[in-house]
Write a protein that binds this ligand. Sequence first.
Ligand SMILES: [Zn+2]
Length: 277
Amino acid sequence: MKWDLGRRGGVEDRRGLSGGAIAGGGGIGVIVIALIGYFLGVDPQQLTQIVNQAQGPTQQAGVEGTPADEEGAFADVVHTSANDVWGRIFQDSGRSYRPSTVVLYTEGTSTGCGYGQAAMGPFYCPADERVYLDLNFFQTLDTQMGAGGDFAKAYVIGHEVGHHVQNVLGLSARVQNAQGRLSEAEGNKLSVRLELQADCYAGIWARQSNDQLNWLESGDLDEALRAASAVGDDTLQKRSTGHVVPDSFTHGSSAERMQWFKTGYNSGNPDSCDTFG
Ligand SMILES: [Zn+2]
């Protein structure tokens, strides 16, 4: 990915701020495995449950600007590009769009959804409309989950901005309301549809940003697909427990996640992302 073709919109940089690491000692690896299933969009209810057990600082403000380091710059460019693409899509259909903010942090940080920890993986908080990224996750994605490469990371950011789009459209709130009336298994099915739609939206971003900037290189799409596969519920469950329990899926299988990313990429049209239909 020729990511330096993209524009820098800025991030909120909280890296190195003391967020107060909650998990002490050697437990972090276990937590990473246990929670990795929530990766790519912890649903806010789950997040709140997790974070309520830990009390972080009430307010934390990072430095707003364009980070000088390559990792930070990359996250900035991809996140900015995703907001630019969605801003245009909304504008074309006569809707107004509010861009998300991306927060870079290490270990832990306070969020509008409670205390966020790196072990949760990247997530989006609808309450403050921020994407929270601990860049060390990308290392895990590469070395432990078999999905390296810049476009694997870009897919993750595109997916999180996809959740922001759902939030702006009011979809997340509708799903959450419906889940309050459903059994856990039925509620999980709605979570899966929301997650797969965010994958499709990541595909929309990939396609439309490339139409504009021509920045994809050979192998990039495969990197995104490997990442989508690596975070499928079946793959994650097999890794952590050795077996698969479909009723507990909250994100979709590896095959579904790859398929919906491809659907978005091939069509370039958000109407093709009706995972609820
Ligand atoms: Zn997600």
